[in-house]
Design a protein around this ligand. Sequence first.
Ligand code: UDP
Length: 315
Amino acid sequence: MGQKRVLITGAAGFIGSHLCDRFIKEGLQVIGMDNLSTGSMKNIEHLFPKKDFEFYFHDVTKFVHVPGKLDCILHFASPASPIDYLKIPIQTLKVGSLGTHNLLGLAKEKKSRFLIASTSEIYGDPNVHPQTEEYWGNVNPIGPRGVYDEAKRFMEAITMAYHTYHGLDTRIVRIFNTYGPRMRLNDGRALPAFIGQAIRGEDITVFGDGSQTRSFCYVDDQVEGIFRLLMSDYTMPVNIGNPDEITIKEFAEEIIKLTGTNQKIVYKPLPTDDPKQRQPDITKAKKILGWEPKISRKEGLKITYNYFKKIIDNK
Ligand code: UDP
């Protein structure tokens, strides 16, 4: 059979770059693809000297060509923060729709296993709590998040269609809030925003009254879940996330404590369609993949804090 070869799109992004590391460690050949619209070469430059790593600078919304065999394709290219959706809404729609279609065509041609990065956003502002894979969601198609949510919903639909109509071997992971090193400091997300503000001595900006909840998963746990799903034979969607739920206000207080700063919290308007609560039901991941998160928020935040501190200190 020889060495397995995998294509990872969004390779220069946060989760994509961690996946590249993991697959190289597992002894696979990795082709990373990215157009650097939101990713950064800094996340993967350490991989360039490795013989098992190749990089293609390419926009997957254009026809994708990769010579040679491809055992697996993982589609992780997409803007993934509310600030990005506002800045590049059309690209966000295209990478989830046209990009997925191009990559499905490539997977069909190469007979590759195909895994897509879906998201808890497909549940919208959920009426079912915690969210199970059976819940269909509550999404506003024309709101600011619609460009992301609907692209990801289309992505699931077209991937399922290739699975049933063409017999393609597919996997769908629904990723819940994930954090860790290589997140962008200024992508507008709560975690880098709060840590950055605390380190720089600025007020912590909590949106709304801070009673909305999220459940944060450390990136190593996330990557382990994705890896196990890819290796499994389960073709229905699987939630991967950490069920440890917290309100955003408590989360801000936790970060103030962690950083040892005395920053005060200031309240800003809640963005449109900001989900009120979010927690993954991970019964499926536990049962089918034998997976559950191992890294506590305390541990994960410490590692992430050290990462951001270094970046800010070196500026
Ligand atoms: N949030 C906040 N202050 C910030 C950035 C975000 O209070 O500076 C809130 C945001 O409104 C949301 C939560 O934190 O309720 C998580 O936001 P994030 O963008 O990290 O993730 P998502 O909303 O996509 O889950």
